[in-house]
Design a binder for this molecule. Structure first.
Ligand SMILES: [Zn+2]
Ligand SMILES: [Zn+2]
Length: 233
């Protein structure tokens, strides 16, 4: 996918839908849109034939996420999280209570999820209800997405990689952005770790892989590995 077509993918503002053929030949659909005061990109990935899917990073605006899932008409099997910063888990409790589904998070972010009030306090934001989380680990797969543990922005930061017939996608959380990387000056962040994670787990993916970051516009692995001012291949 070239630069021009990427510019038309308006991830982060009004949602975008990407049709992919799933591993079993069926179609998987992906849609991302920004939620909450910090504009966290929330992603929906679902199989229209099976009528099931997952929500990644329900960071806020739970009612809006709920409405969109109801419109699309799929049953949410799980809530997945790239990390435990409050802007990525803001609507998790509300939605897991509603849908009665598990919420997954890497265990190395356990300390962050225990201290959501400390996080929102620092940013002067309204407090966020604490979700009940189960552990996700590197290499596990859920609904076509493989977990990549990519510490650095937080100790438990993860990316989700999907390889489909029509292309590959990685939901990169706050690890890799279009033209940037995540900050490492907050609780448990590590600059050498984030560089190592990006080089080891992201820049080794196919250059055509679509990247949907935790904030802002989409990009590709190829573009970032050549042009990213902070980390190159
Ligand atoms: Zn973050
Ligand atoms: Zn964030």
């Amino acid at each position: 996918m070239g630069r021009d077509s990427l510019r038309q993918i308006r991830v982060g503002t009004d949602g975008a839908e990407f049709p992919y053929h799933g591993p079993g030949g069926g179609m998987l659909k992906l849609e991302s849109f920004a939620v909450g005061p910090l504009g966290c990109n929330c992603s929906l990935l679902w199989d229209p034939e099976a009528g099931t899917g997952v929500v990644v990073d329900p960071g806020g605006e739970g009612a809006r996420i709920q409405r969109r899932v109801a419109q699309l008409g799929f049953k949410v099997q799980a809530l997945l999280h790239t990390h435990a910063h409050f802007d990525h888990v803001g609507a998790t409790r509300e939605l897991q209570d509603l849908w009665q589904c598990p919420a997954y998070l890497h265990e190395a972010d356990g300390n962050l999820i225990e201290h959501l009030d400390m996080q929102t306090g620092l940013f002067g934001m309204a407090s966020v209800p604490r979700p009940e989380t189960e552990h996700q680990a590197h290499g596990e797969r859920r609904e076509g997405l493989a977990v990549l543990h990519t510490p650095g922005h937080t100790p438990g930061s993860c990316c989700f990689h999907g390889a489909f017939d029509q292309g590959q996608v990685v939901l990169s959380g706050d690890t890799l952005f279009a033209g940037g990387i995540g900050r490492t000056d907050l609780w448990g962040g590590s600059s050498p770790q984030i560089v190592d994670s990006i080089q080891r787990h992201l820049y080794t993916l196919d250059p055509g892989t679509l990247v949907i970051p935790g904030h802002g516009p989409a990009t590709t692995i190829g573009e970032e590995s050549i042009d990213n001012p902070f980390v190159r291949k």
